[in-house]
Ligand binder design. Structure first.
Ligand SMILES: [Zn+2]
Length: 157
């Protein structure tokens, strides 16, 4: 009995640490759309409306659909943060469009949590909706990149 309780406590502790780091990561980012360059900024606003109205339509048509929507996770990036992501192998470049306000990461939220897990069919379909809608606006979608598929990433020339 004691062992079970200890195991549960350790799991709760590990989960809290995990959540703390996820939140810290989210706080380190600049989410502000207004930091983007025009006309990209306007396109991102349109993109968010289009993506979320499609996700809402899916939910309205299917009562079993889950609570899922897209939000802007990161826009402008400092050189320091880019370097940190590079060292963590989470980006392939030190010369990202994020540094000049011409890229944004649109991340899916499932049941109120940020998620990058494309093994989940709902999450994956939401990322593909982001990609489709981004391309309709003439933007480049990171999900199309062959060497490093970056599903949340959209950018402009
Ligand atoms: Zn990005």
């Amino acid at each position: 009995m004691k062992a079970i309780l200890q195991t549960i406590l350790i799991i709760i502790l590990l989960y809290s640490i995990y959540r703390f780091h996820k939140n810290k990561e989210a706080k380190m980012c600049i989410h502000d759309i207004d930091k983007l360059e025009e006309p990209f900024r306007d396109k991102i606003k349109t993109l968010m409306e289009n993506v979320n109205s499609r996700l809402k339509a899916l939910a309205d048509d299917n009562p079993n659909y889950i609570d899922i929507y897209a939000a802007v996770f990161e826009t402008l990036r400092t050189k320091e943060r880019q370097k940190q992501l590079f060292l963590q192998r989470r980006t392939k470049t030190l010369n990202s469009k994020h540094l000049v306000g011409k890229a944004a990461d649109i991340v899916v939220q499932k049941n109120g949590q940020w998620t990058w897990d494309i093994r989940d069919k709902y999450v994956k379909s939401a990322y593909f909706i982001i990609g489709e809608e981004a391309k309709k606006l003439g933007l480049t979608w990171g999900g199309d990149w062959k060497s490093f598929r970056d599903y949340p990433h959209v950018e402009t020339e």
